[in-house]
Design a protein around this ligand. Structure first.
Ligand code: 5GP
Ligand code: MN
Length: 338
């Protein structure tokens, strides 16, 4: 087998260069901070923890983190191996003690939250990502937009480093793969994704339990929140946009944080008449965080980037400082231009 087709996206020799540098760093006992994007999903967190578990075996000292505090880990991911090693930004080592920053699934420095300060301090940075909107930051970049999940790139790097996939590490990789392929249902799912899945199952991943936790388990609070959001669902036939929002009061009312709102877009986007779905959720300082999904005809990363956000053609996000109805008007107007 010639390897996954998305390898073509990488610069020639980049994977080997990264592996060589990591081996040398491990030989020196260097310290690496491995960071997921803020509000981490299965791909970001699974990738970070797989690298943490794998690179540690080589002798690298690794600190896994997410650049936000308090750290909000979705319940379905809380049992992944290595989660207890995650350090909040306030507990991270100072930049002059860090030899390398490794970022996972983050398209831009602002997605790294407080970890971005290492970039400002010019700590060398290895980027692993699959966003076409990646801004080009970092010193060595393993960025493959045609990879369905960043964990595929993580897996390939660990393979070059000859790190075996034990059950724990494989489970982290699988969490990313099953999340970002939408249980192997999104169009980016190809043979290489399924082959990796097969290999991970062989390593002992408890896939049914993990998939059940990720997709088929919701707290009563999340379901009630979903009820609020669905109650006020609106549809704009002109641009085939289905949209809704969740308020801060509704979140606190059910005792949940922002990470609980993820489920809403997954239900809202199933509206049969909708080409695009938008869910707004309250962000700090009175701003709103938008989640966009497309069935494929519209590239929603373009819409998100007009608000300063980004993402993929079919799934993107942004933060905006305006009222929900204003944001919806702006999205409708951008969609009618498209
Ligand atoms: P979600 O709607 O699940 O938060 O995000 C969907 C996709 O958009 C993910 O690929 C995520 O990385 C990306 N995304 C979400 N919010 C932002 C943002 O504020 N900026 C950028 N650049 N990407 C985002
Ligand atoms: Mn991803």
């Amino acid at each position: 087998m010639s390897g996954p087709p998305w390898l073509e996206d990488l610069e020639d020799g980049a994977l080997e260069t990264a592996a060589t540098r990591l081996r040398a760093a491990a030989g020196r006992g260097d310290l690496a901070v491995v960071a997921a994007h803020v509000s981490p999903d299965g791909d970001a967190l699974g990738g970070v923890l797989a690298l943490h578990l794998g690179l540690r075996q080589l002798g690298l000292r690794t600190v896994p983190t997410v650049g936000e505090s308090p750290l909000k880990i979705p319940a379905a991911l809380a049992e992944l191996a290595g989660v207890d090693d995650l350090l909040p930004p306030g507990a991270l080592p100072p930049a002059d003690e860090v030899d390398l920053l490794i970022t996972v699934d983050a398209a831009s420095p602002d997605r790294l939250g407080r970890v971005a300060s290492y970039l400002e301090a010019e700590v060398p940075c290895l980027v692993l990502d699959h966003h076409a909107t990646s801004t080009g930051f970092g010193d060595l970049r393993l960025v493959a937009p045609s990879a369905a999940a960043t964990v595929q790139i993580v897996a390939e790097l660990l393979r070059v480093l000859e790190v075996p996939f034990d059950r724990d590490l494989a489970t982290c990789l699988y969490a990313g793969l099953v999340t970002d392929t939408g249980r192997f249902g999104y169009p980016g799912t190809d043979r290489s994704a399924m082959e990796l899945a097969g290999e991970l199952l062989e390593a002992g991943v408890p896939h049914a339990e993990l998939t059940g936790r990720l997709f088929d388990t919701r707290s009563l609070g999340e379901l009630k929140l979903l009820g609020h959001a669905l109650q006020r669902l609106s549809f704009d036939p002109e641009v085939a946009l289905v949209h809704t929002y969740v308020t801060h009061g509704e979140l606190t009312g059910v005792g949940l944080g922002l990470e609980a709102v993820e489920a809403v877009i997954d239900v809202v986007r199933t509206a049969d008449l909708a080409e695009v779905a938008l869910v707004l959720k309250p962000a700090p300082d009175g701003a709103w965080k938008g989640s966009l999904r497309s069935r494929g005809r519209v590239d929603v990363s373009g819409v998100a980037s007009r608000f300063g956000g980004g993402g993929h053609a079919r799934a993107a996000g942004f933060t905006a400082e305006a009222e929900p109805d204003e944001i919806v008007r702006e999205v409708v107007s951008l969609l009618s231009e498209a």
